[in-house]
Design a protein around this ligand. Structure first.
Ligand code: TMP
Length: 209
């Protein structure tokens, strides 16, 4: 069993929820407070998982089967967890991770229709029972989030190109997860200004530090 001294905090939300900017702002705030912070992301975070990311998100891979997609996300997660997250947790590090298991449960489990329990099972195989201590869900309606994605400079990927109905299902999936894990997943209003979202997230994180 791992001895975990650090804190594992994940950030979730629909496309265009602004997670990445909020994570960067939280990182500088916490570093100024003297904490040791590691920022990472999924799918990716280390070489093997970034390579898997390129396969999954490549717009040309339109024939990708839903089960293969779920397994690739879980494979990337397994490598990311064992190579980067678990060692950092054994130090006194605070890990801020842009997406984790809840993305698989909402996107593949609920929106793709594979089943939340089924996708949870393959993820348990990948990472055991290592759930984050805290998950911040940045709540932005899918139509608003997608509008942000298509009007800014971020690269549009294969999953962004799904229909609005798919993204509404993702959002519905997240709401189911919030009911399933009320202690772990905390919701923040992502339609506020970035500074306000960041402040709300810092207040929530402070409760577990
Ligand atoms: P990003 O745009 O936040 O970097 O995330 C990449 C895309 O991958 C996004 O559309 C969400 C999707 N995704 C899943 O479908 N399942 C997962 O397990 C993860 C981590 C991401």
């Amino acid at each position: 069993m791992l001895i975990l001294n650090g804190k594992f905090i994940t950030f979730e939300g629909p496309e265009g929820s602004g997670k990445t900017s909020v994570i960067t702002a939280i990182q500088s705030f916490l570093e100024n407070e003297g904490y040791d912070i590691m920022v990472t992301r999924e799918p990716g975070g280390i070489k093997i998982a970034e390579e898997i990311r390129n396969i999954i998100l490549n717009k040309d891979n339109i024939e990708m089967d839903a089960h293969a997609e779920a397994l690739l996300f879980a494979a990337a997660r397994s490598q990311h967890f064992s190579e980067k997250i678990a060692p950092a947790l054994q130090e006194n590090t605070i890990i801020l991770c842009d997406r984790f298991i809840d993305s698989s449960l909402a996107y593949q489990g609920h929106a793709r229709g594979l089943g939340i329990d089924e996708v949870y099972a393959i993820n348990k195989f990948a990472i055991g029972n290592h759930l984050p201590q805290l998950t911040i869900f940045i709540d932005v309606p899918p139509s608003v989030g997608l509008q942000r994605v298509f009007s800014n400079t971020r690269k549009v990927d294969r999953l962004d190109l799904e229909t609005l109905a798919f993204h509404e299902k993702v959002y519905e999936g997240y709401k189911l997860l919030i009911d399933m894990f009320p202690e772990r997943i905390k919701t923040i209003d992502g339609t506020q200004k970035v500074e306000e979202v960041t402040q709300d997230a810092i207040n929530t994180i402070n409760k577990i530090l």
